[in-house]
Design a protein around this ligand. Structure first.
Ligand code: UGA
Length: 445
């Protein structure tokens, strides 16, 4: 098959590269000329395990092409993925500008019967808008070409995106067209050869499925964070509660880790968008609002713990921060709890020395430049270097090298032995025995 993918962000690039890996020819299109030129040279805009190898190999084999011209790509293909961003507007609703721009361009260039597949996360009813937009363009050109619009939401996780695409739990396809269904079956057959797992449903059902999946996961996290806050007040260790409830198969162990709040480009955006969809439909989504509110509070919990330890006086203190990315395995800083923590610390007069194994290049964009020149914020090259003469160490992202640190070395390096563990990675008793003041999430100090 020959396929075009519009948008070379996380979803678009992974989709394009993985589909090319299965022997198809894929054109990846993006309006950003630098991004396309870099991709041709094998320079990727994101860090994602395994992605660089399959991009470079498939590009070299001629199966993965990069271009800024949708027209050039469309000359060769009749299956289009829309995988452009849907950033939140001011009211939290998904901004469909880029999706509809692509639909307009496809309509203005389409020459043959085609399938337009929407992979971007979009509100229920967007496929209808895409269909109307393409049709308007065809009508304006005075041509009548058969086309289908399919909703095919993506469920990949950052840090495991290639693996998720190659071995999907399920492939959700929203369509009412037999022709589109057949094309989707063919397209995904190589990924599910040993275990068929296509799920066909209505276009609007598929659009809602994506939001409901992310909102459910976000709800589990916020629920557990709320339980954790209660545990702190009751002298209970939330980690024991997690094990206790997770063993109930109806609850399960996934996504019940209390922490410093969910971040990333998906959960915060999608929960906000679903709240906005509810409001547009005269519905008060009380649970989703609570999920979001709890997450906002949770992102402040690390600062509150540091501040409480020093009785609110952080002026002149240095705080070491381990982990900047919103989760391990990525350099993505979008909506990362580290950003909330570092902003609060610096605004309270503290200095921050931070280390992240991967996000050291993306991190500077998140903070004012003068913080670096005035040495209020330093991003250092090693995890122990961050701890030198610091008054406390805060673990924000549970990268593997942070999980079993050399506590003896840490104790020597820190000015005061305080650990705030935002991911409950350490044993409170063990760290206390090693001479630290230990604060976890949902655990007694
Ligand atoms: C999420 C979903 O997991 C994917 O299925 C979905 O496809 C994707 O959004 C998307 O919509 O594109 P992602 O944002 O990459 O993927 O990250 P997750 O691994 O889900 O983690 C999200 C956040 O939740 C992280 O900040 C993580 O630290 C936090 N989290 C996760 C917890 O605080 N506790 C948990 O138990 C699990």
């Amino acid at each position: 098959m020959n396929i075009t993918v519009v948008g070379t962000g996380y979803v678009g690039l992974v989709t394009g590269a993985c589909i090319a890996e299965m022997g198809n020819t894929v054109y990846c299109v993006d309006v950003n000329r630098d991004k396309i030129e870099n991709l041709k040279k094998g320079i990727l805009p994101i860090y994602e395990p395994e992605l660089d190898t399959i991009v470079v190999e498939n590009h070299a084999a001629g199966r993965l092409q990069f271009t800024t011209s949708l027209k050039e790509a469309m000359a060769e293909t009749d299956v289009y993925f829309i995988a452009v961003g849907t950033p939140p507007g001011e009211d939290g609703s998904a901004d469909l500008r880029y999706v509809l721009d692509v639909a307009r361009e496809i309509g203005s260039l389409m020459e043959r019967p085609s399938v337009v597949i929407n992979k971007s996360t979009v509100p229920v009813g967007t496929a209808d808008k895409v269909r109307d937009t393409v049709r308007q363009q065809l009508e304006a050109r005075g041509v009548d070409i058969e086309f289908d619009v399919v909703s095919n939401p993506e469920f990949l996780k950052e840090g495991a995106a290639v693996d998720d695409f190659m071995h999907p739990d399920r492939i959700i396809v929203g369509t009412d067209s037999a022709r589109a269904r057949q094309i989707m079956d063919e397209l995904y057959a190589p990924f599910i050869r040993n275990h068929p797992r296509m799920m066909f449903m209505g276009v609007r059902d598929a659009e809602m499925t994506k939001y409901a999946a992310n909102a459910m996961l976000a709800t589990k996290i916020s629920f557990m964070n709320e339980v954790a806050s209660l545990c702190e007040r009751l002298g209970v260790d939330v980690e024991n509660v997690r094990l206790g409830i997770g063993s109930d198969q109806r609850i399960g162990f996934h996504f019940i880790y209390a922490g410093c709040g969910y971040g990333g480009s998906c959960f915060p955006k999608d929960v906000k968008a679903l709240i906005s969809i509810a409001h547009q439909n005269d519905f008060e989504p009380k649970l989703l609002q609570a999920v979001e509110a709890r997450n906002d509070l949770q992102k402040h919990s690390l600062f509150n713990k540091v501040s409480a330890h020093f009785s609110g006086d952080l002026e002149g203190r240095t705080i070491a921060v381990w982990g900047l990315a919103f989760k391990p395995g990525t350099d993505d800083m979008r909506e990362a709890p580290s950003v909330v923590l570092i902003n609060s610390l610096i605004n309270a007069g503290a200095k921050v020395r931070a280390f992240d194994p991967v996000a050291h290049e993306t991190a500077p964009r998140e903070f004012p430049e003068e913080w670096f020149t005035e040495k209020k914020l330093e991003i250092v090259d090693g995890q122990y270097e961050a701890a030198i003469d610091a008054d406390a160490l805060v673990l924000v992202t549970e990268w593997k090298p942070f999980r079993r640190p050399d506590f003896k070395a840490l104790k020597k390096l820190l000015r005061t032995p305080v650990i705030v563990d935002g991911r409950n990675q350490y044993d409170p008793a063990q760290t206390q025995r090693a001479g630290f003041h230990y604060y976890g999430i949902g655990r007694m100090p």
